[in-house]
Design a protein around this ligand. Structure first.
Ligand code: HEC
Ligand code: HEC
Ligand code: HEC
Length: 360
């Protein structure tokens, strides 16, 4: 009994000395945080093992949606180019010199994906990794967006030759040729330009929206009033001059000739048409009064909806209903309107507006 308590006492004294020594080391500033020196023996292993176990644990229960949609893969690639390539390189493109000087150095993307399943990759992209330089998804409320990255990451092992360039940089192979127009060429990778259609299915069309709506929307993304990690990366850092130039360009851009997919569910489209035009039995706000078709918008801040992707429209309506979307100075008009919509109204309205030809 007496021996045990002596051991415990000595142990406690030693632990106290260690804590005081560590505190003094930190207080004086003696601990070397230099990335050049690397980690002390065992620390790298400890951090990496903690990280791997943590991802395993916290990603349990995440259920991946279908990720085979080529449009989702392409959107993931285009965002990867803006938001990830600087650190992780890209298929066929090595890591940058600065990335190699980080501690830990971000692995090249072909290695970074090894050993992780879809849910784990999603978790890493959404949450980021503390004390490593791996950022979390820039829009914390947008749990949907990182899936586009996972769709792309799954494709990485099968990407050959110049396929990455095609996916990430050059819709219709025209960006190099259009490069002189600077920023617009960057936006064109996703939104198209000058007759080049935007990425189908997942990215909204911005040609033909008013300059006022475009400029206010870009400012809302940059200020994080409108939440999107994909657009935050593009909009933060644009100068007012650039915003004005981009808004002018896209407002005046010829409406891209684009075939509108034949509606798969004509009955749903008809149901949406009746609500939008105010001729349905459901007594809902008449969308067409502000968004067309058939009327000129009364305010430049009422965006055209014709030809927007169905998935995009439905998602925005869900955000409005949850009062979860920022935007222009007029955005709150949509909150009481969306509150009256049931899920099936949203599906029908999205199907209807997606089926309309823009500019027609
Ligand atoms: C500022 C640099 C930086 C950026 C930008 C960045 N990452 Fe990372 N990433 C890292 C670092 C550093 C790690 C290593 C974490 C570790 O091993 O402790 C990492 C880890 C990862 C991993 C897991 C790799 C592994 O082997 O454990 C994946 C997957 C990943 N990043 C994907 C992405 C994607 C997708 C993006 C863009 C949305 C991105 N990263 C943006 C620095 C970055
Ligand atoms: C990596 C692909 C990508 C790039 C590059 C990109 N965007 Fe976007 N953009 C998107 C996506 C995805 C959305 C939908 C975001 C959301 O859910 O709010 C969007 C939304 C928008 C909207 C809102 C449209 C609406 O109907 O409300 C505008 C305006 C816009 N982008 C302008 C730009 C401009 C200008 C640039 C270039 C500086 C640009 N985007 C670059 C993918 C991209
Ligand atoms: C009183 C005018 C008005 C009415 C009526 C109206 N809206 Fe809106 N709607 C707006 C405004 C203003 C915005 C722009 C919000 C912003 O600032 O981002 C908008 C935005 C939208 C958007 C997002 C568009 C984009 O490009 O991101 C959708 C989708 C939408 N409305 C659908 C509807 C539907 C469906 C109805 C009918 C049930 C409807 N709206 C009725 C004013 C209206």
């Amino acid at each position: 009994m007496i021996r045990m308590s002596a051991i415990v006492r000595h142990g406690m004294i030693l632990a106290l000395i260690a804590v005081v020594a560590a505190a003094v080391l930190i207080a004086i500033g003696l601990f070397p945080v230099s990335a050049r020196l690397g980690h002390l023996p065992g620390v790298g292993w400890l951090l990496h093992t903690t990280y791997q176990r943590s991802v395993d644990f916290w990603s349990a229960g995440i259920d991946p949606p279908p990720l085979d949609d080529p449009a989702l893969v392409q959107l993931g690639a285009a965002h990867f180019e803006s938001g990830c390539r600087a650190c992780h390189g890209a298929p066929g493109i090595p890591n940058g010199a600065l990335a190699a000087a980080m501690l830990p150095p971000p692995p090249h993307i072909t290695h970074a994906i090894k050993g992780w399943d879809d849910a784990e990759l999603y978790w890493i992209v959404r949450e980021g990794v503390k004390m490593s330089g791996m950022p979390h998804w820039p829009a914390v409320a947008r749990d949907d967006e990182p899936w586009a990255l996972v769709a792309f990451l799954r494709r990485v092992p099968r990407i050959r030759g110049t396929e990455y360039i095609r996916l990430a940089q050059a819709p219709a192979g025209r960006v190099a040729e259009l490069g002189a127009i600077g920023r617009v060429a960057n936006c064109a990778r996703c939104h198209g330009m000058d007759g080049v259609p935007p990425m189908p299915g997942v990215v909204p069309r911005i040609d033909g929206l008013s300059a006022a709506y475009l400029a206010q929307t870009l400012r809302a993304y940059a200020a994080r009033r409108r939440d999107s990690g994909i657009m935050a990366v593009q909009a933060v850092g644009l100068s007012e001059t650039e915003i004005a130039a981009l808004a002018r360009y896209y407002a005046a851009a010829p409406v891209a000739a684009m075939t509108v997919a034949a509606p798969t569910k004509p009955a749903l489209v008809e149901q949406g048409r009746r609500i939008a035009l105010g001729v349905s039995a459901r007594r809902l706000p008449v969308c067409a009064a502000c968004h067309g078709p058939g009327t000129r918008p009364k305010s430049p801040l009422f965006p055209v909806l014709a030809g927007q992707p169905q998935v995009y429209l439905a998602r925005q309506l869900h955000f409005f209903r949850a009062r979860n979307r920022g935007g222009t100075s007029h955005v709150t008009l949509m909150f009481p309107i969306a509150r009256q919509l049931e899920d099936e109204d949203i599906d029908a309205l999205a199907a209807y507006y997606a089926s309309l030809r823009r500019g027609g």
